[in-house]
Design a protein around this ligand. Structure first.
Ligand code: PDD
Length: 301
């Protein structure tokens, strides 16, 4: 399939689309974004992603100009133009092109720039993570709250690069208090003495949509994760560890700082949770996302 870009409503091949050099997303990371994926050709959990996009935007004083319906119509058109197959979708909203390369809001008259990238969904079957706890801390909530999915991902970019340089596949970030937060683009869970545990949002992390759906999905079977502060010692004492993200679903962590977790393989609870989650997603597509998506993107009568 062709990788496409919808830039302010105009669809072109991704490598032929360009934004002005004075766009504040380019200059300062002055933007917010969401990564979605399709399941059965439907942008999965699209309402949750659009809601979080607006929360992120509000967190950096942007009020998204387009309605959900307008965004989803552009998403649908771009998906349709890209041909068959499951898709990776990235929606980016920037504060727009400024009048000068100056951070001041007075140079940002708008309008906002809206980009929708549609690519083939990458396959992550059998993915296993080897984590390194990096010395770099997750950005402090008081500086730039990691709950805001802004275009400024340098903290994550550098954390991931440092983990890879240390021979791992991903980083595990601590906060300034030495508590576990998350990996570079995934949320963190561990299983200890039968209980699923995950750091609270107050530790400074993205309120992952997969994370939230896991609370719902596991809550239905009486295994709701417990939010609690976790230190490095808790991580190394875990029976199993897994990560969650939109693109990768649930995938196991098989080592942390070179120490094997769960015998260096996917543990039985992680495998069970991964199957429960797959079932949960199928049901959500059939009952909510699919019908609602068709309704909201149907051409106006
Ligand atoms: N990443 N933490 C961070 C820092 C993330 O960037 C992401 C998502 C997550 C998981 O959130 P969710 O379940 O809503 O995808 C946690 C996406 C996939 C990305 O930027 O590629």
């Amino acid at each position: 399939m062709t990788a496409l870009c919808n830039l302010n409503g105009v669809i072109r091949p991704e490598n032929e689309s360009a934004i002005p050099v004075l766009d504040r997303g380019f200059l300062f990371g002055d933007s917010v974004y969401e990564v979605m994926r399709t399941r059965d050709s439907v942008p999965f959990a699209w309402q949750e992603h659009l809601d979080r996009l607006r929360v992120s935007a509000a967190g950096i004083a942007i009020e998204v100009e387009l309605s959900d319906r307008e965004i989803m119509s552009r998403v649908r058109e771009t998906i349709a133009a890209s041909g068959p197959g499951e898709k990776y979708l990235r929606i980016i909203i920037t504060r727009g092109t400024g009048s000068a390369p100056n951070i001041d809001f007075s140079c940002a008259q708008g309008p906002q720039t809206t980009v929708i990238l549609v690519r083939e969904l990458p396959g992550y079957q059998g993915l296993q993570a080897r984590l390194a706890v990096v010395p770099r801390l997750r950005t402090d909530r008081r500086a730039l709250d990691p709950a805001i999915k802004s275009g400024n991902y340098l903290n994550n970019v550098l954390g991931l690069a440092e983990a890879k340089a240390a021979g791992a596949t991903d980083c595990l970030f601590l906060n300034a208090e030495g508590r576990v937060t998350e990996a570079s683009t995934s949320n963190f869970f561990l299983i200890r003495a039968g209980e699923v545990q995950t750091p609270p949002l107050s530790a400074g992390l993205l309120a992952g949509i997969t994370r939230r759906m896991l609370f719902d999905c596991l809550g239905n079977s009486g295994q709701k994760p417990r939010e609690c502060d976790l230190g490095q010692a808790d991580v190394l004492a875990a029976d199993e560890i897994f990560l969650s993200s939109t693109l990768r679903d649930i995938y196991p962590v098989v080592s942390v700082d070179g120490q094997e977790i769960s015998g260096g393989t996917m543990g039985p609870r992680t495998s069970e949770i991964s199957q429960l989650f797959a079932k949960y997603c199928r049901r959500k597509v059939e009952e909510i996302d699919g019908p609602e998506y068709r309704r909201i993107t149907a051409p106006a009568e």
